[in-house]
Design a protein around this ligand. Structure first.
Ligand code: AMP
Length: 455
């Protein structure tokens, strides 16, 4: 276990740490200090509360020499105005004995004032991507001297759709620079960013300490597809006493919306949905309703759910099995807090089995499997995404139809059709065998109801 003394931190910085009463570096600080100080590209997977901000600020400030040059050498990008303000506070805590010039920039405020502050000369600039890019377009903010780029809360940043702004900002940065990325969760977008822009990064993951496995009962259900999962959920959620405050996770915004539509039919105002494409006021209302008990079911994506602090969640349901095993731990950590018993239910399809096994390996625990209740209908209805995977021929069928009208195409088309139909039949048979019950089509009727409601 390293101490702050082991880091050989310069005196002025060390004095600030002593003033703050920090006794020893947190695990992420232990893992990041040396590789960041050494100038490596770095990826830290750590949540707020782990001390991750100081994990990159300490080595950056340790390395930042006094300079009178006007243009910034460190750029820190964060997704929201609130985070810029918070980041400025954190930096200011560490620099009372160092003369470091820091400016925070974000939208919705007077750009002229920000330009003036930048023009006075700065060492570190903290900002949201859009405003930062606007400033980079002017001659006032020159990014050519940036030596270190930090992107914090990368998952939220990408989920908010800042990908283009980030790429645009990259165009203004020198190629030779150190990239430091921090994210609470891994997502495929974060992976893409790492692959595209980082060079042999050192990667450290801080798993949530004290994963409260003891206070959370876990179970899982095998369900072949989206709408069978919906049927199962409807069955479970009808027990209002047991499922009184339920957080349901989906991996995509699409699935969150689709699930909301399906559940809304039976549960109406009891269910809300949030993800990053919903407006701020929609998100606030949904969270408020869930918190005060107006709605007892909240559907959320991984990234957005992380930012909300809601107590006393009775059950966490993973509607989609999380692609990154760590995310499952984050999810279930939302229930069973403060010594209370929590419950986690994972739904997995055949193609999600491998993901479930990765989760079990990470936890070193096999999640008990429950039989689908007899009342739950196995659906043969598929979402467009599931259809694409199961019947890739279907798309070709349409193309052939359009390309070659007339006699010859007819035979080809009907041959294709019969093949697809045969595949569909075999899918139904497969489900029948696997789940050993007749396959009904009840959900189709519900779907028609949904369409009617929308009109
Ligand atoms: P963060 O994860 O960066 O949001 O930090 C969460 C809180 O932990 C902040 O209020 C920091 O001031 C505090 N903190 C950071 N490093 C340490 C440390 N080594 N010991 C105790 N508290 C810390």
């Amino acid at each position: 276990m390293k101490t702050f003394e082991d880091f050989k931190i310069k005196k002025q910085l060390y004095n600030a740490i002593v003033d703050l009463g920090l006794e020893k570096p947190t695990p992420i600080q232990q893992e990041s200090f040396s590789p960041i100080l050494a100038g490596n590209d770095f990826v830290g997977i750590a949540q707020t509360g782990t001390g991750k901000t100081f994990a990159y600020l300490l080595p950056i400030l340790q390395d930042l020499k006094y300079s009178e040059q006007p243009h910034p050498r460190v750029l820190i990008l964060v997704p929201t105005r609130e985070l810029v303000i918070q980041m400025m506070e954190e930096i200011n805590k560490l620099i009372p004995y160092i003369s470091t010039r820091v400016v925070g920039v974000y939208g919705g405020t007077n750009i002229k004032t920000q330009k003036k502050a930048i023009g006075d000369g700065i060492d570190i600039i903290v900002g949201t991507p859009r405003r930062l890019y606007d400033l980079a377009l002017t001659n006032v903010l020159r990014l050519k001297f940036i030596k270190k780029l930090v992107i914090d809360e990368v998952d939220i940043m990408l989920d908010f759709g800042y990908k283009t702004q980030i790429r645009n900002i990259f165009e203004y940065l020198p190629r030779k620079r150190q990239n430091i990325l921090f994210s609470a969760t891994m997502t495929t977008y974060v992976d893409d960013l790492i692959d595209g822009f980082l060079i042999n990064p050192v990667k450290k993951t801080i798993s949530i300490s004290g994963t409260p496995l003891d206070t959370i009962s876990q179970e899982c259900y095998a369900a072949p597809n989206f709408y069978t999962k919906v049927n199962l959920l409807k069955h479970l959620l009808s027990d209002k006493a047991e499922f009184n405050k339920v957080l349901i996770f989906t991996s995509t915004k699409n699935n969150a919306d689709r699930l909301f539509e399906a559940l809304e039919i039976d549960f109406a105002s009891e269910v809300s949905v949030i993800h990053s494409s919903k407006t701020q006021s929609h998100r606030s209302t949904s969270i408020e309703n869930f918190e005060n008990g107006t709605s007892r079911i909240l559907i959320a994506t991984d990234v957005i759910a992380r930012g909300i602090d809601i107590e006393k969640i009775s059950t966490v349901i993973s509607f989609d099995t999380s692609f990154y095993a760590e995310n499952y731990i984050h999810r279930i950590g939302r229930t069973g807090r403060a010594e209370e018993q929590g419950r986690s239910i994972l739904l997995y399809s055949e193609k999600e089995t491998e993901l479930k096994e990765a989760i079990e390996k990470l936890m070193n625990y096999t999640i008990p499997v429950r039989e689908l209740p007899a009342e739950v209908e196995i659906s043969t209805q598929l979402t467009p995404e599931e259809r694409k995977i199961l019947f890739p021929e279907e798309e070709e069928e349409v193309i052939i139809e359009v390309e070659r009208e007339g006699g010859a195409a007819f035979h080809e088309k009907s041959a294709k059709n019969s093949k697809v139909n045969a595949e569909r039949k075999s899918y139904k048979r497969k489900l029948q065998e696997r789940y050993k019950k007749p396959i009904k089509r009840g959900d189709k009727i519900q779907n028609m109801k949904a369409k009617k409601r929308k009109r």
